[in-house]
Design a protein. Structure first.
Length: 417
């Protein structure tokens, strides 16, 4: 990975630009450039065949000035401490831009979970919690959630391990749980739903018609697969291309979300979907569509391909899909980017709702969750959009200006700077 694409360098560079714009003092700027606390762990897991494999993992608590650190845990073969640091920084800006009373964190394990059996995955999930230690977590300290290649079942195992270690039941120590274990209705598709609310608002200010708008989605996991289904249901988008880590498919007539998901469940990938043409992930990004939804990994839209993006709006459901150089190119070309830590904040927003419900042990219905999510997303979108207009900066810089000021103010009030 080139220096320029090191995600933590990228996150620091984005912050540096915002800090210069805001005229932040040195101490505040330096504190915001680095994680407050991070732990590196190495731990053994017994495989089904009796052998032992050793794994490496991380938990980074980036900033907790505004409240308990919050952020998901990823299982990915290419995980590094710098991706986790970057993602933890973005969680800090995400909770701040949404005005949630939370800080930012992220965790990761270097592993390809697709190679593990269900029982191996359970032992890995439990071992991660034991290795990091129950003292790191808790509703008043640090609250993990699902992310790339983790899901509600993984959260349930982690919760169970935590309860065994702590000796008491605290459902709010982790979010994205299954519904019978204190999960929230609406959490499962919240990232996609929240992003679509911001797209609806962006379309209003841009004067863009979304009904029938051609759409390409990169990634078919927790975010992308729901964006396909809900994008069609809520906004009438015409999704013509989708992809996963193995490649993409394209059909100008549109793709049926239920049929594509069934095909992926049966074959392990969206590739070779009947009636569609196989394309590469690179091709998907530069298709001639109205809406582009990167919903996979970081570093996808770069200096090299930003000039070829044809979409009018980029809906960043992934974390960190666009590099700072690409941001500048897209802004100059008039492509409207709904920046990641605003656009994909629906997940952590419903995670926050989940923590609230756990805290008073009383649960909301779907209608309440959707209405409150819509309000938060709509408010945050317009705050960022107005800031972008006021200072004539691209929406990501505007989101940074809003978020960084909020975190800096909390640090000042607490007497850190
Ligand atoms: N992993 C999701 C994200 O990147 C959700 C985090 C959470 O719910 O804490 O925003």
């Amino acid at each position: 990975m080139s220096e320029q694409l090191n995600p933590f360098k990228m996150a620091q560079k984005q912050l540096d630009e915002a800090a210069a714009f805001l005229g932040l003092d040195r101490a505040t700027h330096e504190l915001l450039r680095w994680p407050k606390r991070e732990i590196h762990v190495t731990f053994p897991v017994r495989m089904d065949d009796g052998s032992v494999r050793v794994f490496h993992g991380f938990r980074v608590q980036y900033n907790d000035a505004r409240g308990p650190a919050k952020g998901g845990i990823r299982f990915h073969p290419a995980e590094t401490i710098d991706t986790v640091r970057a993602l933890a920084a973005w969680m800090t800006w995400k909770t701040a831009v949404m005005d949630l009373p939370l800080g930012g964190a992220k965790g990761g394990v270097i592993v390809d979970p697709r190679e593990l059996s269900r029982t191996e995955l359970e032992r890995l999930s439990r071992a991660y919690i034991r290795a990091v230690g129950e003292a790191m977590f808790g509703i008043h300290r640090d609250v993990p959630a699902p992310d790339v290649y983790t899901n509600p079942q993984v959260m349930a195992w982690m919760l169970d391990e935590y309860i065994a270690l702590a000796g008491y039941i605290d459902f709010g120590m982790i979010t994205g749980k299954p519904l019978p274990l204190g999960g929230s209705v609406g959490r499962i598709d919240a990232t996609a739903r929240g992003g679509l609310y911001t797209l609806r608002e962006a379309a209003k200010v841009l004067g863009l018609e979304l009904k029938g708008a051609t759409t390409a989605i990169q990634g078919y996991g927790n975010a992308g697969s729901y964006a396909h289904k809900l994008g069609q249901e809520l906004l009438g988008l015409k999704v013509v291309a989708v992809s996963d880590s193995k490649g993409g498919i394209y059909n100008p007539e549109g793709l049926d979300p239920d049929a594509v998901l069934k095909h992926k469940r049966e074959t392990g990938s969206v590739v070779n979907f009947p009636g569609a043409r196989n394309i590469t992930n690179a091709e998907l990004l530069t298709l001639d569509v109205d809406v582009l939804i990167p919903a996979a990994l970081e570093g996808q839209i770069t200096e090299a391909n930003a000039g070829d993006i044809k979409a009018k709006v980029v809906v960043e459901l992934a974390n960190g899909p666009t590099t700072p150089e690409a941001d500048r190119i897209l802004f100059e070309r008039g492509v409207y980017v709904i920046p990641d830590f605003l656009c994909n904040a629906g997940g952590v927003t419903v995670s926050y709702f989940e923590m609230v419900q756990n805290a008073y042990n009383y649960y909301w219905d779907a209608e309440t969750v959707y209405r409150r999510l819509d309000r938060k997303m709509t408010q945050a979108f317009h705050t960022v959009h107005e800031t972008a207009k006021e200072y004539n900066v691209h929406p990501r810089m505007a989101a940074y200006l809003v978020a960084v000021q909020r975190v800096a103010e909390a640090m000042r009030l607490r007497g850190w700077v």
